[in-house]
Design a protein. Structure first.
Length: 360
């Protein structure tokens, strides 16, 4: 028993360059040093093959960069579209977030790396048993400008490219080129719109940490992904008044804001729920029928998804239909999935994603 404990400590100490201990003279894994999204210099295997994702969008990043088979465990069950486009994900086990996975099992499996959620108490548990960790998304470093947002978003994608190896790095670069091109095209039209001419927009229905239901009063605040997605698309994002990434508002504040449009998370929600609720019938957006459910493709579009570009296009067409009437949403989706993800979808597939429906 003492010999086993000594081996485990030597294997997983993050400061060492050696990989998992296989015993019997097996050569240690070749390591490389990279910088994670929490600005930590970390050592990881050159070719990680046993990755645990305890932060939802991290698993999506690995999928879209072609390394889904390198995951052994993840915290968020993939969407029906993820299973359709990335069938290898059916082999990856899930553990409901924020539950702590079985640490003993991870040690036995010789996990190469764990991508953690931004909860310090959880991270300490992994470090205590010597499991290497990396941060793939840091809500504590929220961008304060649109240029800051676009650079930070691309940095996330490139981090995973560096982590996963040469092929993934090429895919990450391809994604960033597409991202720059599309965001530039959108901003070429929306950046000239005065704030007084932008619709006021509220987003709600965010799923609370720990799962369960979602409330219209759960939103994303200043510097969040939704804040900048809406601003790029030409909207006036009301929850920016709250300086938090994941934020909560009260009913009185939402009624005071009285938004022109409401975006509802498609993850466990429906715009119909808001339309039918008596407590929201006085809102301008409800009276005018301006409530939209955010689609969910490979991942929920509003949670820093790789499909955030599609969300910006989707919103720009809603906010300013006269400026984007020449943009065909289904065509944009086919182009995105083909050029960026290397996956082909049909017009029918695109329509079902937009309506928050699973594959037919």
């Amino acid at each position: 028993m003492k010999r086993l404990l000594v081996c485990l400590v030597l294997v997983f100490m993050p400061a060492l360059s050696a990989g998992p201990c296989h015993g019997g003279g097996t050569k240690p894994a070749v390591m490389k040093t990279i910088t994670d999204m929490d600005d930590r210099r970390i050592q990881v295997p050159v070719n990680p093959k046993r990755i645990v994702c305890m932060h939802g969008v991290s698993s999506e990043r690995i999928m879209i960069l072609g390394k889904g088979s390198s995951m052994t465990l993840m915290a968020t069950k993939p969407s029906p579209w993820a299973y359709r486009l990335y069938p290898e994900m059916k082999q990856v086990r899930t553990v409901p977030f924020p539950a702590t996975p079985n640490l003993e099992d991870m040690v036995k499996e010789k996990v190469d790396l764990l991508l953690y959620s931004p909860i310090p108490v959880e991270t300490r548990k992994y470090h205590a048993v010597g499991i290497r960790t990396a941060c793939g998304f840091s809500a504590g470093k929220r961008p304060r400008t649109i240029p800051g947002f676009t650079e930070n978003f691309k940095r996330q994608i490139r981090f995973f490219g560096e982590l996963l190896g040469p092929e993934a790095r090429l895919r990450a670069d391809r994604y960033c080129r597409y991202f720059d091109r599309k965001v530039g095209q959108i901003l070429a039209r929306t950046s000239r719109i005065a704030r007084k001419d932008r619709p006021t927009v509220y987003y709600g229905g965010r799923v609370a940490i720990g799962g369960g239901g979602a409330s219209l009063l759960a939103t994303q605040g200043n510097g969040s992904v939704l804040h900048w997605n809406v601003e790029v698309a030409g909207g006036n994002y009301l929850p920016r008044a709250i300086d938090q990434n994941f934020a909560e508002v009260n009913r009185e504040l939402l009624l005071t804001w009285n938004p022109d449009l409401i975006l509802v998370s498609g993850w466990k929600n429906s715009a119909d729920d808001i339309r039918k609720s008596r407590q929201w019938e006085g809102l301008k957006a409800v009276r005018n029928g301006s409530i939209y459910t955010i689609p969910q493709g490979v991942f929920a579009w509003e949670y820093a998804s790789g499909e955030s570009v599609l969300l910006m296009i989707y919103m720009a067409k809603i906010f300013h239909p006269h400026l984007f009437r020449d943009w065909d949403m289904k065509q944009e989706m086919r182009e995105f999935y083909s050029q960026v993800y290397g996956k082909n979808i049909t017009d029918r597939d695109a329509e079902r994603i937009l309506r928050n429906l699973p594959p037919a």
